[in-house]
Design a protein around this ligand. Structure first.
Ligand SMILES: Nc1ncnc2c1ncn2[C@@H]1O[C@H](COP(=O)(O)OP(=O)(O)OP(=O)(O)O)[C@@H](O)[C@H]1O
Ligand SMILES: [Mg+2]
Length: 253
């Protein structure tokens, strides 16, 4: 394949105060594929995901050792511009976090920050990304009403549209379907599958069936350690480590 890896983790350790949440993790996240980070509760999935976007060191008392390279740049280097880094990655959280403004303004938010003012252009962007998130037909007649009036499932699709509108390289999702009803969850999953050739997608999930449905690549963490990683087929059909075997067979969760 030879595509360049734009997220590469090298000997990453993260501590919350004296508690070590990640222990010497090294992985390359494949480009333009869906990678699922799996593992039992508390194993460090969210911590690892947040480290890709410098969301982790916002908190007091967090220390980071090792490196995360994005497009070859060490994002923990002092000269890095966090805003420029964040523009490369769209984020989806467990609960959709719409901005307290209209549906239109939510999608236009990022492009406006990046200097796009022309109304026609913004209209086009809003329509395009609402379509890509399969929300357009449901909201096109009420673009200027408040985003918080949407259902939770619609709000999560709006968050996807808002993330895509910044034209990121990667989409990071922390259990993005876990607060959704099954139909909304399926719609988000379907959108992620539809767009995966265009973006590097990293999803934290504790739903093994979801990882099987979506992931090309699996990262299995246990107690802050990277136990096994590789193509999904290999991890699910022929896991090497007994802890991976136990986890994917549902023997602990
Ligand atoms: N802000 C924090 N301060 C102190 N400890 C934290 C903080 N955030 C996470 N931890 C601890 O770090 C470890 C890893 O947490 P993390 O949230 O990354 O796990 P997770 O795999 O995402 O779990 P879950 O599946 O429950 O979401 C846990 O032991 C957790 O208690
Ligand atoms: Mg988590």
């Amino acid at each position: 394949m030879g595509s360049k890896t734009h997220i590469s983790v090298k000997n990453l350790s993260i501590w919350y105060g004296r508690h070590q949440a990640l222990n010497n993790i090294s992985i390359d996240i494949p480009d333009k594929k869906i990678t699922a980070i799996i593992g039992p509760s508390g194993c460090g999935k969210t911590t690892l995901l947040k480290s890709f976007n410098r969301l982790i060191d916002l908190q007091d008392g967090v220390s980071v050792g090792g490196r995360v390279l994005v497009d070859g740049e060490d994002i923990y280097a002092p000269e890095i511009e966090v805003t420029r880094l964040r523009k490369k990655m769209g984020l989806l959280f467990q609960r959709p976090q719409v901005l307290p403004m209209s549906i239109y303004d939510n999608v236009a938010y990022g492009p406006r920050i990046h200097g796009i003012k022309d109304k026609k252009k913004l209209d086009g962007i809003v329509e395009r990304y609402l379509k890509e998130s399969s929300l357009w037909t449901e909201v096109k007649s009420r673009l200027h009403s408040s985003a918080s009036k949407l259902s939770i499932g619609q709000q999560q699709r709006l968050c996807l549209a808002r993330g895509l509108a910044i034209e990121p390289e990667a989409i990071l999702g922390d259990e993005p379907t876990s607060a959704l009803d099954p139909v909304s969850a399926e719609r988000i999953e379907q959108r992620l599958l539809d767009i995966k050739n265009q973006y590097t997608i990293v999803l934290v999930t504790h739903i093994l069936r979801q990882a099987r449905r979506l992931a090309d690549y699996i990262v299995f963490l246990y107690l802050g350690n990277l136990i096994e990683h590789g193509p999904a087929e290999k991890i699910f059909n022929d896991p090497q480590d007994t802890r991976t075997q136990a986890y994917i067979n549902g023997r602990f969760s």
